[in-house]
Every structure is written in structure tokens, then in C-alpha cells.
Design a protein around this ligand. Structure first.
Ligand code: RUQ
Ligand code: CUA
Length: 673
């Protein structure tokens, strides 16, 4: 090793130790971790990458990646799509936040997608992308993701890579444990992170333990169209519900949610929610729930929540407000919920591909508990309960344990599986990933991450059929990995080869926002279904213009509707007169192109609420209210042909009382043809 490299390592080592101390103090409050294994093995730093690593991630120009990876944007509210193994960014899909790049949430057609019971919300915090599954395998049809702040679940259509639907989750605060799917996408789930008064009301915060509740929600997904509905909610104590995963194989029919703050405190949680040695995993038998619903054993509760659907034919979203929800109460529904004691403030809960092992990632615990589904069933059959909380039996910890992973690392958060009998767990505080054997719970390998890894992802890693070739670590801290960019650094993903016995670091690449979680899928499950354009003959937008000769301008009082078309390289019409100050001008732009990858854009001088980016065959609307008289240029914002710079027009605005007649044209002295 050269001196230079050695220095580099020593520097890194010091930084790492500093981070560990700082994070332990920050993260653990007064609860100090025990069982430190010492610093992670430093022999795997990027500087020590083997020569063949570059070739493992090299995808030659013109060739495709093997996997699509969908990363959550965290506080950006979006999803970003990357190719693996190259780490190339392919697309940002706007979901819960306005997106200027695509006009999402700005144009009239997509605005309804962001409607909620609290009104129009232009941003949210998105955490967990989850691919739809059939028979426990990712099927490439849809991607779901949760809105964390204003509780919602979105469905993205993977033929268009666009947000197709958003449903709000009522009676919740902070939808974190979401939207993990069941084996056939019967449901995606949601759960309240924050206990909230139930029903919402003006009460003292001190009444937390008695007036606050936690709801877990099952959102049904229509098998054909994908449309979502709040099928039912389960009313539980006001614990914080953190993460979830559904059973598979033998445990199909169950969903598991982690809890913390079983202390039910409302202040200084870093101390007060870390008192109990064990919190719970709430195990819900959703097949049982379906029986209770059928028998009518639910209560219909008032609830206000928005359900928003984008229609691909009208190219327009609609928003509907719903007003009730079915609620199941555990006391009235025996066998519906059990609590599995799990040390200590578990974050992730992960179910291995066989469905037998349920891993509780106890983030404040020195060891990691692995529960056995078989033993859980036996304990339930024997009614071997420790106690009962609000009608929910608590199983005995020792009786349901498959085993423990002893002192694997500090601050376990999430586990994924490779389909070859191995589990991989992230350790936030010791900044490492540990590989262990699911059946024996023996640690097999460990590798440092740079730094502070949260989730990790193996393609199909939470399904019955993981593709155990690559693993991606999603790191919270990026210091010293990339060129500095001021106080804020992008978060970082690290790609590992997990095909052999030893994990091997291959690549770092920055991500957008905070990639809480990601999922990936073989490209050939998605690529063949990818849409290239929208057939113009199927366009049912009420303001469509499907032939250039139908382009026109119509006045209805103060509303002026411009039925505009675009094709390389002009708009029709491109000269418009007779608009007046005080008018509301609607540019309904239909892109007549019928070819892949030929969008046209539209920007108007002084327009205050949108630019458009219209896909081939689609219609979108920009609303403009001119404030002063003059002549205003508009132009195409997407470089669409050699004559893109010529793709422009003018709009004349006259005083409110002007007699200038409404007129439009394309080409001199000729009406639009
Ligand atoms: S979180 S780092 Cu999924 Cu929002 Cu665990
Ligand atoms: Cu159309 Cu540039």
C-alpha cells in the first residue's frame, strides 16, 4: 500500500469513528449501545477496489442496463429511476410534488392528483417504492409509494412511468409503514406513524394514552385496473407504527407491522419511547379480517379522504372526496391481531422468501430477533399468551423465536434476502451491511458502507424470488465521496456484487432527495410493455384537437379557449389576436406527433402557473391570465427538430374595452388549414 493510500484510509477511519460517535449520541439519546464490535474492516474502501470492478458496472454506450431501480426521492416527494449496474439516471417520476420538468401539478390535467382533504398539497415526503407482485414475484405492472406527511399511497403505471392514482389514508398521521404489498397485490398497506386522536378532535395532548389511537389500513388493489380503495382499517393502541411487510408462501394472509413508542408518550420520544425492553410487531391476519368484513362485523366510521385517478384516455385526473371507512376493532374480532414482543424499538420488519422467518430489526437492541411463523401459529393454537392489550393477545417472546443474530452490528434498520438462504442487514450506526444465514443466524460476512446506511435493496429482495446478484445500499451521509457542493450533499447509493461469498463494492452514485428505500426489477419484465406514444385516435380529452385544420380559438365570456396543435416544427395557430386584459386564456395543446420521444413544450411570456411538456398524442392545458396589454411570444421548450428554434408564435393582448376582433392564423393571410 502506498503512503498516500494509507493516509487516505487513516483519514477515512477517523471520520468514520467521529460519525459513529456523533450518530450514536444523536440517534440513541440516553440509551447507549453496547456490544461494539470495533471498527468495520477497512480493507474494502473504494481506493482498494479490484481492477475488474469497472467492467462489472460498465454498460457500453448503446446497450441497456439489466435492471430498472426505482428509488424514493424522500423529501423531494418523487421517484427516480436508475439503470443497474451502471447507475445511470433514467427518469424522475413526479408523484407527490410539483415538478417543473414535466409541468406535473402545474398543468390543469395533473392538478387534481395532488388534492387531499386538506386541499391542494404541492409536496410531500415519499419513502417506500413497492413493486406489484403476482405469486410473490414482482410482475412489472405497477409501482406504489407512500406519501408520509399527508398520508397517501400513489400508484405509478409502469407502461407510462407516470403517476396514475393517489389515495389518501384517513385517520392517520405520518404514513410510514407503507405501502408494502401482499403476495398477489391483493392489498398494499398503510399505518399511522403518529398516534392521533380518534376521531380527530380538540383534546389535551396529555390525553394521549386514552384518546389517541393508531390505525393500520389495508388498501385493496383492483387486479385488472389497479384502482385502489380503503378496504378496512384496524383500530389499535396509539403506538408508533414504523414499517411493515406481508407474509408470503406459508405466511401469506398475514401482514406484520413494527411498533415503537409502546410507552405511548408524546414528548421527548428519544428518551421516553426507549424505555421498554421490547416493543411489538403487530401481526394482522388479513384473511380473517376479510371474513369479519363479510360478516358485517365492522363499524362504519366517518372519514374524509381524497381519491384521485388519472385517466389515460382523457389525459386528465379527477379527484373525488370519500366520507366513510370500515373499521375493525380487535376486541370484537378475535384472531385478527397478535402482538409479537420484539427488542427494542424495531424499525424494519422483513419476511424471508419462504415466509417462515420474520426479522425484527431492533434498532436499539444489541442482538437481532428472528421470529418463526410456524412457532407463532403454534403459540396461537395453544393460546399461550403473556397478556392482552386492548383485546390484542401478546404472544410469549421465547415461544415464537426462531433464533437471534448475536451482536451483529449497531443500529440495525432493514434486511433483504438473496434467495440463497442469506439475509443482509443494514447497520446505521456502525455503517455496515452484515450478511447472515437465515436458518442458523450465523454472521457470514460484513462490509462497510459510506456512510450511515438506511435501507438496502436487492432486486426482488422482499419477494419470494430475489435476484441475488446485486445489492444497493442507500446511505444517508455522503461526506467526502463526491466533489463538495456546499453545505448540502446528495445522498448516495452504493452498488455491491453479492453473487459470491464475499460482498464486493462496485460503484457509488448520488441519488435525488433521500432514497429511503428502492426496489429493482429485471428490465425484461418492464421494457416490452413500455408505451411509446398515445394513439391520437384514442384521445378523449374534452379540449383535444386531433387535426391541425380544427385548430381554433373560442371565446366564452372572459374565458378564451385556444385549441392548439403542435407538430414539428410549428404550433397551429401561431398568431392570435383579440385577447383582452382580464381574460382567462386556456392553451389546450394537443401534440399531434405519433412517434416515440417527440414531446413538444409550451411556454408563454409572463405565464404564472405552468409550462407544458406534452407527449405525442396527448393534450395538456396551460392557463394564462395576461395582466397588461402588449404582444406576447410563446415557444416550444423541448428541442424537437432542427427547426425547434422556429417553433414559436405571438399572442396580442388588447385593453379590456378594446374592439379588436378574435382572430387566429398559421401562415400569412391564410386561415389555418
Ligand atoms: S425508513 S432508513 Cu424506510 Cu423511511 Cu428506514
Ligand atoms: Cu417542438 Cu421544439
Amino acid at each position: 500500500m502506498t503512503n498516500h493510500l494509507l493516509k487516505h484510509f487513516v483519514m477515512k477511519y477517523h471520520q468514520l469513528i467521529k460519525s459513529i460517535i456523533a450518530l450514536a449520541l444523536l440517534g440513541a439519546g440516553s440509551t447507549i449501545f453496547t456490544g461494539c464490535e470495533g471498527p468495520p474492516d477497512m480493507g474494502n474502501s473504494s481506493a482498494a477496489l479490484a481492477d475488474d470492478v469497472a467492467s462489472q458496472v460498465y454498460v457500453p454506450p448503446g446497450e441497456y442496463d439489466e435492471f430498472y431501480a426505482f428509488m424514493s426521492g424522500g423529501f423531494s416527494g418523487q421517484v427516480s429511476v436508475y439503470g443497474l449496474p451502471s447507475g445511470r439516471m433514467l427518469k424522475v417520476i413526479p408523484v407527490f410534488s410539483l415538478d417543473a420538468e414535466k409541468g406535473y401539478g402545474f398543468n390543469e390535467e395533473t392538478k387534481p392528483l395532488l388534492e387531499t382533504s386538506h386541499g391542494f398539497i404541492p409536496w410531500d415526503d415519499a419513502h417506500h417504492p413497492e413493486l406489484s407482485q403476482t405469486d410473490g414475484e414482482t410482475d412489472g405492472r405497477w409501482l406504489f409509494i407512500n406519501g408520509n406527511n399527508t398520508p397517501r399511497i400513489a400508484r405509478i403505471d409502469l407502461t407510462t412511468f407516470e403517476t396514475a392514482e393517489i389515495i389518501e389514508i384517513p385517520n392517520s398521521g405520518g404514513n410510514h409503514s407503507s405501502p408494502f404489498t401482499t403476495e398477489n397485490t391483493e392489498y398494499v398497506v398503510a399505518g399511522t406513524r403518529f398516534g392521533v386522536p380518534y376521531p380527530q378532535q380538540d383534546v389535551s395532548i396529555d390525553s394521549y394514552a386514552e384518546k389517541f389511537k393508531g390505525t393500520l389500513s389495508f388498501i385493496s388493489v383492483d387486479p385488472e385496473e389497479g384502482h385502489m380503495d380503503v378496504a378496512f382499517q384496524v383500530l389499535l393502541p396509539a403506538f408508533n407504527y414504523d414499517l411493515a411487510h406481508s407474509g408470503k408462501g406459508k405466511s401469506h394472509g398475514w401482514t406484520f407491522f413494527t411498533t415503537y413508542n409502546t410507552e405511548e408518550k408524546s414528548t421527548l420520544l428519544e428518551v421516553n419511547a426507549s424505555q421498554n425492553d421490547k416493543d411489538f410487531i403487530a401481526a394482522i391476519n388479513w384473511k380473517k379480517a376479510e371474513e369479519y368484513i363479510k360478516q358485517g362485523k365492522y363499524r362504519e366510521m366517518p372519514a374524509k379522504y381524497a381519491h384521485n385517478i388519472y385517466n389515460e384516455k382523457t389525459h386528465t385526473a379527477t379527484s373525488e372526496m370519500k366520507d366513510k371507512v370500515k373499521v375493525l376493532i380487535p376486541e370484537e374480532c378475535p384472531g385478527l391481531v397478535y402482538f409479537l414482543p420484539t427488542p427494542k424499538s424495531p424499525h424494519g420488519v422483513d419476511v424471508d422468501p419462504s415466509g417462515e422467518y420474520i426479522v425484527g430489526n431492533g434498532k436499539l437492541s444489541a442482538d437481532m430477533a428472528v421470529h418463526s411463523f410456524t412457532k407463532i401459529q403454534e403459540a396461537i393454537a395453544n393460546e399461550s399468551f403473556e397478556t392482552t392489550i386492548d383485546g390484542v393477545p401478546v404472544l410469549k417472546y421465547e415461544e415464537i423465536l426462531a433464533g437471534i443474530v448475536e451482536k451483529p452490528g449497531l443500529g440495525p434498520l432493514h434486511t433483504e434476502f438473496d434467495g440463497k438462504g442469506n439475509a443482509y442487514t443494514t447497520y446505521f450506526i456502525s455503517s455496515e451491511i452484515v450478511k447472515w444465514d437465515i436458518e442458523t443466524q450465523q454472521v457470514l460476512d460484513r462490509i462497510p458502507t459510506y456512510y450511515s446506511v438506511g435501507h438496502l435493496m436487492i432486486p426482488g429482495g422482499d419477494s419470494r424470488k430475489p435476484d441475488g446478484k446485486y445489492m444497493v445500499a442507500l446511505n444517508k451521509i455522503t461526506k467526502d465521496r463526491y466533489l463538495p457542493t456546499g453545505p448540502e450533499l446528495n445522498h448516495s447509493a452504493q452498488l455491491y456484487d453479492i453473487s459470491g461469498d464475499k460482498m464486493k463494492l462496485l460503484l457509488d452514485f448520488p441519488t435525488i432527495g433521500e432514497p429511503h428505500y428502492a426496489q429493482a426489477i429485471a428490465a425484461d419484465k418492464v421494457m416490452p410493455n413500455s408505451k411509446k406514444f398515445y394513439p391520437i385516435e384514442e384521445n378523449e380529452h374534452p379540449y383535444r384537437t386531433v387535426r391541425e385544420k380544427d385548430a381554433r380559438v373560442e371565446r366564452e365570456g372572459k374565458d378564451v379557449h385556444i385549441y392548439m396543435t403542435s407538430i414539428r416544427s410549428h404550433f397551429a395557430p401561431d398568431n392570435i389576436e383579440g385577447i383582452k386584459v382580464g381574460d382567462r386564456v386556456y392553451f389546450h395543446l394537443t401534440n399531434l406527433e405519433q412517434d416515440w420521444d417527440v414531446p413538444h413544450g409550451l411556454a408563454v411570456l409572463g405565464a404564472q402557473n405552468a409550462e407544458l411538456l406534452v407527449m405525442p398524442g396527448q393534450t395538456e392545458t396551460l392557463v394564462w391570465e395576461p395582466k397588461a396589454e402588449g404582444v406576447y411570444p410563446f415557444y416550444c421548450t423541448d428541442f424537437c427538430s432542427a427547426l425547434h428554434q422556429e417553433m414559436q408564435g405571438y399572442l396580442r393582448v388588447s385593453p379590456a374595452n378594446s374592439q379588436v376582433a378574435l382572430d387566429w392564423r398559421l401562415g400569412y393571410d391564410e386561415p389555418v388549414q
